[in-house]
Design a protein around this ligand. Structure first.
Ligand code: UT7
Length: 322
């Protein structure tokens, strides 16, 4: 039986840091409000001209190096993003060219903030069925380009960045289980209304930016994340006490705290980066993972639970031995 195991992680954050204080000068908000309601202190914002693929390539190289392999060993690239460089080709193909890897399959996955979990689920299935041995999974986002910087309800919440992992075939698990779900019923609660087939060029200015009914999304996120955690543990027949680290999507510290509470996990066993990175959508889990692997908190053999919730709605989880 072939299993999948994380062989290496990598991350990248743009150089420019925007603090809550900086935002006070742009919109009617306060550092105190942002910290209290979301836990965010600062975020990284891409430089002019810096793209999703630019960030993805750096994170990918770091993950490949950490895995102790070379780009030529990669046999599949799956890139999760909601903010691709171009309408087409996929950002995965752009990254493939820049990594100098020829002919292997490369494609994008779009599941908003759950994108990394979706990509992880697909990669795990490829490995389990012997369709690939070294999958490069990337989450990379430039949300700063789809934010209305005059809308205080959304512009304070997001940041840019990229995270990557190499998922590798192994005889031992590794990945124990993955779970993905969606419910299109809630499309309008969190969306960017503009799109290609709906008339991208003719829409109102606001339609090109994120629109969110924050409070409704918040309530749904807390309930759904509780359910997915229960589903994941029951399916694997694992007690919540056995989890070493919860690595959640980083949207809001209050959502993360509620999820940890439902699992009975103290916050010391939860990886939190939302304070430093804000919400980087599909990049948030691999970025948080990379931070905790590199600072030595997450160690080989630890039992990890990933969980995410995002626009769609989409949600999902992964349970794995690191
Ligand atoms: O990653 C994908 C999923 N996304 C999320 O999970 C985000 C989910 N939602 C949230 O994180 C929270 O709902 C927010 C952080 C967006 C908002 O927190 P909240 O406790 O739900 O606040 P609220 O939306 O109910 O707004 C409270 C008040 C409102 O004023 P009134 O109507 O009570 O007078 C807002 O107008 O706060 C006001 N407000 C602000 N005030 C200062 C909204 N944004 C700001 C702001 N600064 N930036």
């Amino acid at each position: 039986m072939t299993y999948a195991r994380i062989a290496g992680t990598g991350g990248y954050l743009p150089e420019r840091v925007v603090t809550n204080k900086d935002l006070e000068a742009m919109v009617d908000t306060t550092d105190e409000w942002i910290r209290e309601r979301s836990g965010i202190k600062r975020r990284h914002i891409a430089a002019d001209g810096e793209t999703t693929s630019d960030m993805a390539v750096v994170a990918a190289r770091r993950a490949i190096e950490a895995a102790g392999i070379t780009s030529n060993d990669i046999d599949l690239i799956i890139l999760a993003t909601t903010t691709p460089d171009k309408v087409f080709p996929s950002t995965a193909c752009i990254v493939q060219r820049r990594l100098g890897i020829k002919t292997i399959p490369a494609f994008d996955v779009q599941a908003a903030c759950s994108g990394f979990i979706y990509a992880f689920d697909i990669a795990n299935r490829f490995i389990k069925t012997d369709g690939a041995r070294n999958v490069l999974i990337i989450g990379s986002e430039t949300y700063s380009r789809i934010l209305d910087w005059t809308d205080r309800a959304t512009c304070v919440l997001f940041g840019d960045g990229a995270g990557a992992v190499v998922l590798q075939a192994d005889e031992e698990a590794g990945v124990i289980s993955t779970h993905i779900h969606s419910d299109g019923e809630f499309e309008e609660l969190l969306h960017v209304p503009a799109g290609i087939s709906s008339g991208y060029a003719t829409v109102q200015r606001e339609a090109a930016y994120i629109q969110m009914k924050g409070h409704e999304v918040f309530r749904k996120a807390v309930g759904t994340l509780g359910k997915i955690a229960r589903e994941t543990l029951a399916d694997a027949n694992i007690d919540k006490e056995e989890i070493d680290w919860l690595v959640p999507h980083q949207a809001n510290l209050r959502i993360i705290t509620a999820a940890a509470k439902k699992l009975g996990l103290p916050m010391e066993r939860v990886i939190v980066t939302v304070d430093e990175h804000a919400n980087t959508s599909s990049a948030s889990i691999p970025l948080a993972l990379d931070v905790a692997v590199r600072d030595g908190r997450i160690k080989r053999g630890d039992l990890l639970l990933f969980e995410a919730f995002g626009a769609g709605f989409t949600w999902g989880s992964a349970l794995l031995r690191f």
